[in-house]
Design a protein around this ligand. Structure first.
Ligand code: 1HN
Length: 347
């Protein structure tokens, strides 16, 4: 608990007594409690998709989606104790085989799904089926019922991103099973896209919750928006062309805790260095590149997943035309008022 070399050795005789009283002399540990700037938590790391997919498909032969409840391989940061990809975020790869259903439940943790492989299927959220195609982003806000079904002929695989570590940090974890495999469907497929995602909103519907009423951001639309914005524009030095998935009610993030982004780096683009107080999970949707994160050099291709811990310096390079999806805890940090970035780093 105390530093090896005490700052105030003259006080040492009283430290045993202070410890026995379940107290701490702040003057010895102030730097650990406040400090000048963040210390990155966890380590940069990459999970190559091909290898993860093999293990996941093997699990698919041995345990059913119903038995598993959720057939998910959690991506555990090698430098953290808890099963998170960062101190604040949970990430996992989930497999649902043809004909299988992951049964309906709900919980305090909010989630997003980024679809990596699909021949047909959907995630049902709060009475609505969100169709799953590669590159689609689907959200499951806190305490919304959700179940998943593969209606295709091949494996359905996606990246799960959840705010589980944040919910657990607060000790606010609740959960409930529906008791039936699938929830009743109340609206047409992708109703939230047609109702809320066209720059219009329904006159007679209110949406007071702190998340986006759009539950699905289809890749076709997101990619088209990204490339339209990039056409003829100058890339941002740190991010290339980058867009934020946004809440049409207020322009904020998709979830109160998790922000999501899609960015395009043209072949050959080398970004300037950047860091921010958020931890970010990246997945390459198209192309390949390299990332320098802190002291780690990472080479990635399609569907590979890698993490940048909070306050780690990030540089991205596109070997081929690159589309990167990412999610981070920026939404929570901005709501709480302490998110910061630093773009003035010298190379
Ligand atoms: C969960 O409910 C799902 O519903 C996926 O698909 C991953 C990881 C931790 C806790 C709950 C799902 C999860 C999860």
């Amino acid at each position: 608990m105390y530093p090896k070399t005490l700052k105030h050795p003259a006080m040492a005789p009283s430290y045993e007594k202070i410890a026995q009283m379940s107290a701490l002399p702040l003057w010895e540990i102030l730097g650990d409690v406040v400090g000048d700037e963040p210390v990155p938590m966890g380590t940069p790391h990459i999970w190559p998709y091909a290898a993860m997919r093999d293990v996941l498909l093997d699990a698919g032969q041995r345990i059913s989606a119903a038995e598993a409840e959720r057939r998910v391989l959690a991506l555990k940061n090698p430098a953290l104790e808890r099963p998170g990809i960062s101190q604040t975020l949970f990430a996992g790869l989930q497999l649902v085989l043809p004909g299988e259903v992951a049964p309906s439940h709900r919980h305090s943790a909010g989630a997003l799904r980024f679809v990596l492989e699909s021949t047909g299927g959907y995630s049902a959220v709060e009475g609505e089926r969100c169709v799953m195609r590669r590159g689609d982003l689907i959200t499951t806000p806190s305490w919304t019922w959700h179940d998943h079904e593969n209606t295709g002929t091949g494996p359905l695989i996606w990246l799960d991103g959840l705010d589980v570590p944040m919910v657990n940090f607060f000790g606010a974890r609740f959960g409930e099973e529906l008791g039936q495999e699938q929830q009743p469907i109340l609206r047409p497929d992708d109703a939230s896209v047609s109702r809320w995602a066209s720059g219009m909103r329904p006159h007679d519907q209110h949406h007071e919750q702190p998340w986006s009423p759009i539950l699905s951001y289809p890749y076709e639309r997101s990619r088209a928006a990204l490339f339209a914005a990039a056409a003829g524009a100058t890339p941002n030095p740190q991010h290339g062309f980058k867009m934020t998935y946004s809440n049409p009610m207020d322009g904020g993030h998709i979830l109160p805790t998790i922000a999501a982004f899609l960015q395009h780096l043209p072949a050959g683009f080398e970004s300037a260095a950047w860091r921010s107080s958020e931890a970010t999970v990246f997945v390459a949707v198209e192309g390949e590149g390299t990332a320098q994160i802190g002291d780690s050099q990472i080479s990635f291709g399609e569907s590979d997943i890698f993490v940048a811990p909070n306050w780690s310096v990030i540089r991205l390079q596109a070997r081929r035309d690159l589309v990167l999806f990412s999610f981070s805890d920026r939404a929570a940090q901005q709501r709480l008022g302490f998110w910061r970035e630093d773009t003035a780093l010298s190379d």
